[in-house]
Design a protein around this ligand. Structure first.
Ligand code: F6P
Length: 524
């Protein structure tokens, strides 16, 4: 199947995307759900390629694996865990069984406890919430809180993640310790950055007249450690190890989102995700949005060999979506060993990066249009903003989004470039100047359009990307739910700490590390 795809890629290499357009391509190469439309007509995928990609997914057993995930089987085989973030939004679904017991009563009871607590905080004198966490305990809630700012009617939410003291110092500087709630968000409650920041926040609160005994809450799977830290059980919101860190914003780790937008808004967010789950489980083949998003990803990365993909939301409030997707996609699928321990025979997942449009247009789009590497772009834009009085801004935003995908596909020929500047230059100078104004074109992109970035829609978008990662992982044969690649650096940092502090000598380290430690120490 991979061989067939390589042949199709060879055939597509010199084919123009524009030449694929007939009367029906725009409809045939799009997935339309009740709430959104995903257009992949501006890629070099034709009908034969799509059916081969669908065949690849079928051969990889995507549907069976999906059913295994949704039914609580331990598909995270290297950690022997189920993968059940979908249970956290299974608001009115049936039982999901892990090790013989239904997890749903506990999930729904925790959601109810979160709601009672969130309502009490929103009704209290608390003005500010500081979520201390990192990775999945930070990126999801921080992204979602920013995305949903038009729906904020609770305390202001702030996020501290970096162990760099600058981060917590800057956030706490503007806050009143007496009216601030600190949430310590950590699945393991052992992450060095988070625990260091949590201790610093506790000391700050004590020093500034707050009451850490009453103004700290914890979100974790580790009840022993939250108790050791001194957070009473009634303010600890637990979850199970079958929720991966980067998939955890749907449960307790999403408490800051609930505090910001309220319990109804949070339920709408969960419902959006649940709606996407149902679509993912029910829609067939090319009608299935996450499946098609994943297959476009496989085509571009593993078949065509494009190393990265750019996520380009034309939605300022999705400014943190690229960073969130970096963890979701790269921590999940950035692996070179297959589930069975053998070396991967394809490329692993791509480098994911991006920034909101239109800002990116004035920064890195130059390289996307005229650089030597092809970078598939994933555009997204809403039909409506939240500022009806600024509709002309939104019109411009949409026009820019659509113009970029059109420009990437069409490009500009040397002839067209010449014509454009023929009144300014002539002869050899015209040739030289025109060459700089050529756009190769034929650069692939997809566009996701949705009605408005409300809680329901955000839930849909995130769940869409989660399932995309899942499908790509199954096709690659890797375990998308572990992250052994982050361990070595953590171990070495722990070992280096006493050396950097000067308590241990730096010899024994490689020459470069030793010289850097010595340089830093000499100036500390
Ligand atoms: O180091 C990576 C990681 O384990 C992520 O997978 C996780 O989201 C993050 O650290 C934070 O972990 P925790 O929630 O346990 O503090």
């Amino acid at each position: 199947m991979w061989k067939d795809l390589e042949l199709l890629a060879d055939a597509a290499r010199d084919r123009s995307i524009l030449s694929l357009f007939d009367d029906t391509r725009a409809t045939d190469f799009a997935v339309q759900t009740q709430h959104m439309r995903f257009d992949y007509a501006k890629t070099n995928i034709d009908a034969a390629t799509r059916s081969t990609l669908l065949g690849l997914a079928e051969r990889a057993g995507v549907a069976a694996r999906r059913d295994a995930m949704f039914s609580g089987q331990k598909i995270n085989e290297t950690e022997e865990r189920a993968v059940l973030h979908v249970a956290l939004r299974n608001l009115d679904g049936g039982a999901i069984t892990v090790d013989g017991s239904d997890v749903m009563p506990e999930v729904l009871a925790t959601l109810a406890r979160m709601e009672t607590y969130a309502n009490s905080v929103r009704d209290s004198a608390i003005t500010d919430v500081v979520n201390i966490g990192i990775g999945g305990s930070d990126l999801g809630p921080a992204m979602a809180v920013q995305a949903l700012s038009p729906y904020h009617d609770g305390p202001r939410c702030h996020f501290v993640s970096n162990v760099d003291g600058a981060h917590i110092a800057d956030v706490l500087a503007g806050l009143d310790a007496k009216t601030t709630l600190v949430i310590v968000a950590s699945k393991t409650f052992t992450t060095i950055e988070t625990m260091t920041n949590a201790r610093t926040a506790r000391a700050w609160m004590l020093d500034h007249g707050g009451d850490p005994g009453a103004q700290f809450a914890a979100l974790s799977t580790n009840m022993e450690k939250t108790a050791d830290f001194g957070i009473p059980a009634e303010r600890v919101f637990g979850f199970e190890d079958w929720v991966g860190g980067r998939y955890s914003l749907w449960g307790p780790i999403g408490l800051s989102i609930m505090l910001a937008i309220g319990t109804d808004g949070f339920r709408a967010f969960l419902r959006g995700a649940q709606d996407m789950d149902r679509h993912f489980c029910a829609a067939e083949g090319a009608e299935n949005l996450p499946l098609m998003l994943a297959l476009v990803g496989i085509w571009h990365r593993q078949v065509c060999g494009y190393a990265s993909r750019a996520v380009l939301p034309y939605d300022q409030r999705l400014g943190q979506l690229p960073a969130y997707l970096q963890q979701l996609e790269m921590e999940s699928n950035g692996k070179s060993v297959a589930m069975n321990g053998s070396r991967l025979t394809t490329e692993s997942g791509p480098i994911v990066w991006g920034a909101p449009g239109t800002n990116g247009q004035h920064a890195f789009y130059q390289l996307i249009h005229q650089g030597t590497s092809v970078i598939p772009c994933e555009f997204m834009v809403a039909a409506n903003g939240h500022e009806p009085e600024l509709r002309h801004h939104h019109t411009l935003l949409m026009a820019n989004c659509l113009a970029q995908s059109e420009a990437l596909m069409r490009g500009r020929t040397l002839d067209e470039a010449r014509t454009k500047i023929a009144d300014k230059f002539e002869g050899a100078e015209l040739e030289r100047q025109a060459a700089h104004r050529v756009f190769a074109g034929n650069r692939p992109s997809t566009t996701l359009v949705y009605e408005r970035l409300d809680p329901f829609t955000l839930g849909q978008i995130i769940a869409l990307y989660e399932h995309r990662v899942f499908v790509e992982g199954v096709i690659l044969g890797i375990n998308s739910y572990d992250q052994w690649g982050v361990e070595l650096g953590k171990e070495l940092a722990t070992a280096l700490q006493p050396i950097v502090e000067g308590e241990q000598p730096s010899d024994g380290k490689d020459g470069s590390t030793q010289a850097l430690v010595d340089w830093l120490r000499a100036r500390a």
